[in-house]
Each structure stands twice: as C-alpha cells, then as structure tokens.
Design a protein around this ligand. Structure first.
Ligand code: ZN
Length: 407
C-alpha cells in the first residue's frame, strides 16, 4: 500500500496544510522565491477577485465562502475587503480584494479561489433550484455526491443558497439546523415489505419527524402511495416518489396520477415529494403539482462559477494585465439591484439609473491581519439570500451586467 504521509487515511489536506498554503500551485511558491531572492519582495499590490463569464443561462451568482477565506487569511499582514456572504453579484464585479505585499499572500491564491469558487457554485445552484421550485420546500440530499471530507461544506452552502433542509448529520450540526430526511429503499428492502417498514418507522421514530413514506420500491407509485395512506392514515404526512430514471417515463404524469388517486380516495392531506436526479428544469416542470423536492447531485456537482484573482494596482499605481480594468474598484447597489462599478475612492450616494440610495458592497473583512466583521449564522445568511431571490422574481428584466461603470 502506498504511504500517503504519516497516518493519513484519506487524500485530503489537513487544516494546517491549508493554512500554510501547502495545497497551492507550485508556481506561486516559485514566484515568492524569485521575489524574495531578487530583492523585490517589498512590492505592495492590490488584487481583486471577480468573474468574467458565467455559465450559459446564468445572469448572476451568489457569493459564498467568505467566512472560510477570512479564516484562511487572518493573522497575515494584509487588508481584505469583500461583499457579504450570500451577496448576489454579476460579471466584472470585484467580490473580494486583498491588499498587501504579494509575497505575504500570493501562495494562498489557489486556496482562496478554491474555497470561493466551490462554495459560490453550490450556493448559486441551490438558489437557482430554489427559484425554480419557489413556494415549495427544496431539500438537499447531496452529501453522497462529494468526498466526505467536504460533505459539511456542501450542506452549508446548499443551505445558505436557499435550500430549506439538508440531510447531512454533521453538515446540519455545523450549520445549526436539524438534519432532514425520510427513509431509504434500504429500510424497505431489508425488512422485505413496504407496509411493515412504513409502520415500523411510524412506531419507532420520534413524533416530530414527519411521516413521509417512500413509495416506489417494489411496485407502482400509485398503488404504493394508496397502501401507505391506508397503513398510516392521518399520520401520513406525505409520500416520496424516487422513481428510478429507467422506469420514469413522464414524471409529471406519474405525480398527477398519484395525486388523483390520493384525492379521490380521501387522502387529500397526503403530500407528494419528488426526488431522484432532479435538476432545475425538472423542478420547474413539477412545481405546480408536487409539494416538495429532494435534490442532490445537481446542487452538489453544479456548473462552475469561475472566479479569478488579478492584480489591479502595484505600489499605489493602477496596473493590470490586458483584458482587466486597472485600479481598485467599488460596487454600489440600490434596492432595485442596479449595480454601478466605480473607482474605489468615488463616493456614490444615489443610483444613476433610478435615483434610489445606494450602498457600497465591498466592506472591510480583515484589517492588518485582524478579522473586523461579525459573521452571521447560516440561517441568517440564507434569509438574506431569499430576500434577494424575492427581488429577482419581481424584476421583469434583469440586466446581467453592472448598469454603469463610472471611473
Ligand atoms: Zn437603481
């Protein structure tokens, strides 16, 4: 067996290795070595993190991972400015910026971007699924899609992005919420009979857990749903249809048939939850007839929200590579989600588009190595994300680019 280093059993970095920057790309190490040995280590730079192209069909993203980045950079001789965790952003907008000697933070670029990109990609996808299923609970069942080392992270950012529940036991504990879940096929198969399994669940599991019977294991969804309703009666909260794709046909027709059968047999109180390989478009197609959704892989393995870090100022002078706007910038937003990008020291009071008051989105996160921001609980961040999603629903035409650039 290959020795993966000491008593390491999994191919994952320890917290110490992440904090030391050991996970970095080697070229950042070489850059630091060259700057130090050539007497050029004194240069102070200002580097911005931004997106220059979202996935097709995406007009915005939800920033996440800010608290973890603060933990990565605290204690280092840098100043960091950032948008809030859970803030909506558009392309071109700086979401986070670092100021300091390049040799003091350059090796952390890979770790910092990795945290922000992964967290932001999951939170953004969760927000999109939440919008697709607006008004109905979206439960995240995706920890099995990622390496267990990052399962709590997937749960956290799916929750922040707007999911109503998360299934991971440790992820939920770290997010300060109760884990959500019903029963797997394994329970029914191991006991050998659906009714026996549903009844045993009802007898044994604590009364505050909603009785949601999995109804697709051995036979047709309609017949299993009616059997569950007859077995548990008033105590049955809902049925979950996790129909395998090989048997699925048209899920909308299956849900309609189950609804019809339950209603016409006097079980109108029984809700229908759908899970199994769902993406945004599936949720949108079922939102008017299903009562809730379990979504896993499409949120756990979302499209990547690319974020890059670019130097825009060196030793106090605006300076950048081609294709990027030089100089440090601020983003101002009004209540209508109009954004204006300005030079950092321009003070904007009112939105140039609608005249409403604006607020700067980049705020100090770390000053001289000290974290200067109080972090909210995940549930509080999630509430802000949901407020933003409500606004997005009310906007008829969302401009995917910042409205204006005022130099
Ligand atoms: Zn405005």
């Amino acid at each position: 067996m290959i020795d993966v280093g000491g008593d390491r059993k999994f191919y994952i970095a320890s917290e110490e290795e992440i904090l030391e920057g050991k996970i970095t790309d080697v070229y950042f190490m070489r850059t630091r070595e060259v700057l130090e040995k050539s007497g050029e280590s004194h240069h102070r730079v200002y580097a911005e993190v931004h997106n220059y192209g979202l996935p097709a069909g995406y007009d915005w993203a939800i920033l996440a991972g800010v608290e973890e980045v603060a933990n990565l950079l605290k204690g280092k001789p840098v100043n960091v400015y950032s948008m809030d965790e859970g803030e909506l952003f558009r392309i071109f907008e700086p979401v986070l910026a670092i100021e300091g000697r390049y040799v003091d933070f350059g090796v952390h670029e890979a770790g910092l971007l990795g945290i922000l990109r992964h967290a932001t990609s999951i939170a953004t996808k969760a927000a999109r699924v939440k919008l697709a299923g607006w008004g109905k609970p979206i439960l995240f069942f995706g920890v099995r899609a990622v390496h267990p080392a990052i399962a709590p992270m997937a749960d956290r950012y799916a929750f922040i992005g707007g999911c109503d529940g998360i299934s991971g036991v440790l992820g939920a504990e770290l997010a300060g919420v109760k884990p959500t879940g019903t029963m797997p096929h394994a329970l029914i198969l191991t006991m050998g009979d659906q009714v026996k399994a549903w009844k045993a669940f009802d007898e044994i599991i604590s009364g505050d857990v909603p009785r949601i019977a999995l109804c697709d294991t051995l036979s047709d969804e309609r017949f299993e749903s009616l059997a569950a309703a007859r077995a548990l009666g008033e105590r049955l909260h809902g049925v979950r249809l996790d129909t395998p794709s090989s048997r699925r046909g048209d899920m909308r027709k299956i849900v309609l048939e189950v609804r019809w059968a339950l209603d016409s047999s006097g079980y109108k109180h029984v809700k229908i939850f759908v899970s199994g390989g769902l993406d945004e478009k599936d949720v949108r197609r079922l939102v008017d007839i299903a009562d809730g959704f379990g979504v896993g892989t499409s949120i756990a393995f979302p499209k990547s929200i690319d974020l890059a870090m670019d130097i825009v100022e060196v030793d106090g002078k605006s300076f950048s590579k081609r294709g990027k706007l030089p100089g440090r910038k601020q983003v101002y937003r009004c209540e209508n989600l109009h954004d204006t990008i300005t030079k950092f020291d321009v003070r904007l009071e009112r939105c140039p588009v609608c005249g409403k008051p604006v607020k700067p989105l980049l705020k100090p996160l770390i000053l001289d190595g000290k974290v200067v921001r109080e972090f909210e609980k995940p549930s509080e961040v999630r509430e802000r994300v949901l407020e933003t999603l409500k606004k997005l629903r009310a906007i008829e035409e969302f401009n995917p680019e910042p409205q204006l650039f005022i130099p």
